[in-house]
Design a protein around this ligand. Structure first.
Ligand SMILES: Cc1cc2nc3c(=O)[nH]c(=O)nc-3n(C[C@H](O)[C@H](O)[C@H](O)COP(=O)(O)OP(=O)(O)OC[C@H]3O[C@@H](n4cnc5c(N)ncnc54)[C@H](O)[C@@H]3O)c2cc1C
Length: 401
């Protein structure tokens, strides 16, 4: 088989990359090891309403509920609220992630991309040191596909980057281990995403409650792998639910376990190769959210592949347009939030309570982690010293990162 580009992984980053490449006239195929796109769901399913502006998804079938804001609870229960009224801009959706992923794949297919399921990519083909294709396995059959460009969209466990010689190793300090129940039969109404923080509650992470409508909520936890063993997230989540009056009688209709990279982005371009989404470590280090950057990065990657195919140039320099552009769109935010993650790890529960207390009546200008950081600095100028590395975020430091 011959293609211009092979995309490994049919998650959001892979489907969006394939769609925009196909729209530029590229002959592209998505290879996905699962038997159904988007299934099983491994996600809290929260996304910013900014997604509406990007023309990536049609209709509303993928939306489970629309949020009016977010509430953050400190260890002693002090609440900081970021509501639509206060923040004055878009908030979030909770989505059906299986339908969401399938909708993105459908758009890729409609644009001309091929999709092959139940197909695991097992290696890269290199000819005289140059990447010229992939090896794959489907049922008992082994086969190869030749292509000028390989896209690693293979998520948190990505191997494509490693096979191309990129250091994608995730240290326990840069990985959140997660567990989540979808609980139903809950007699509680809310249009707010709730976040609970605290060193004892969720070391190095947080607990979330995301409403999905119909008395159903995603209730999950992320814990930093360096501060936990594999059984801790579920133990802490069970404890939280049994102590929570509204949740404790809920019935579970889904339980999942997964991991999110909370690392600095890696090198994303080599000759004949790109990395996108979680494979590129594009998830946000504070929230663990990676959907918006997967969509934004995927679009840039697809368009870059279009230009490369048009000019018949597949070298690193040509493909670097992708890296320059994603850094311009969300690179600063990823590095800034990584630094804030490191600073927050030093805060004990007493400090978190104090900070929440000082922000509980604050009128936020916008709905973002940046507005939270700005408010903290305004209220606690001494924090500015600790946040100093943020001020040094220049193009040069980004290139280095
Ligand atoms: C518990 C949990 C909760 C989360 N909650 C949120 C949230 O609320 N909001 C948010 O924005 N983000 C959230 N995230 C993160 C979000 O799910 C990811 O950032 C997002 O899925 C990244 O998309 P992707 O396309 O890069 O990777 P993925 O969606 O992981 O897709 C990668 C695909 O590659 C396939 N694959 C892997 N290796 C191969 C191979 N060798 N051959 C073929 N196929 C392969 C996989 O099967 C998979 O389908 C959460 C993550 C977890 C684990």
């Amino acid at each position: 088989m011959e293609y211009d580009a092979v995309v490994v992984g049919g998650g959001p980053a892979g489907s969006v990359t394939a769609r925009f490449a196909a729209e530029s006239g590229v002959k592209v195929i998505i290879l996905e090891r699962r038997t159904e796109i988007g299934v099983p769901v491994l996600c809290g399913e929260g996304i910013s309403q900014r997604v509406d502006k990007w023309n990536m998804l049609e209709g509303t079938r993928w939306i489970a509920s629309k949020m009016d804001g977010a509430k953050i609870f400190s260890p002693d229960g002090t609440m900081v609220s970021l509501s639509k009224e206060m923040a004055g801009n878009e908030t979030g959706y909770v989505v059906y992630r299986d339908i969401f992923d399938q909708e993105l794949a459908r758009r890729a297919a409609r644009s001309g991309a091929d999709i092959m399921l139940n197909t695991e990519v097992t290696g890269l083909i290199k000819t005289n040191g140059k990447i010229t294709g992939i090896k794959a396995r489907r049922f008992d059959e082994q086969f190869e596909i030749n292509a000028n460009i390989i896209v690693g969209a293979d998520g948190v466990e990505s191997k494509i980057g490693k096979w191309a010689g990129i250091n994608t190793v995730l240290k326990p300090y840069d990985l959140e281990t997660c567990a989540q129940y979808t609980l139903t039969n809950i007699d509680y109404n809310s249009n707010y995403c709730e976040f609970y923080i605290g060193k004892k509650l969720a070391p190095g992470g947080y607990i979330w409650i995301f409403p999905k409508g119909e008395n159903t909520f995603n209730v999950g936890i992320g814990v930093l792998a360096s501060l936990s063993d594999s059984s801790l997230p579920l133990k802490l989540l069970n404890k939280f639910i049994s102590n929570h009056n509204e949740l404790k009688n809920g019935k579970s209709i889904r339980l999942l376990a997964g991991a999110v990279p909370v690392a600095k982005p890696v090198e994303t371009v080599r000759d004949n190769l790109l990395l996108v989404g979680d494979a590129a470590r594009h998830a946000d280090s504070i929230t663990g959210g990676g959907l918006t950057t997967s969509l934004q990065g995927g679009k840039i990657a697809g368009e870059t592949i279009g230009k490369a195919v048009e000019s018949h140039r597949f070298d690193k320099e040509t493909l670097s347009i992708y890296e320059t552009k994603w850094k311009a769109v969300f690179g600063t935010k990823l590095i800034r939030d990584y630094i804030v993650k490191e600073i927050m790890l030093d805060f004990d529960d007493k400090t978190l309570n104090m900070l929440a207390d000082s922000l509980k009546d604050y009128k936020f200008e916008e709905f973002s982690t940046l507005s939270l950081v700005k408010a903290l600095v305004l209220k606690h100028p001494t924090l500015l010293m600790r946040l100093k590395p943020l001020l040094k975020l220049t193009d040069k430091s980004l290139k280095k990162a």
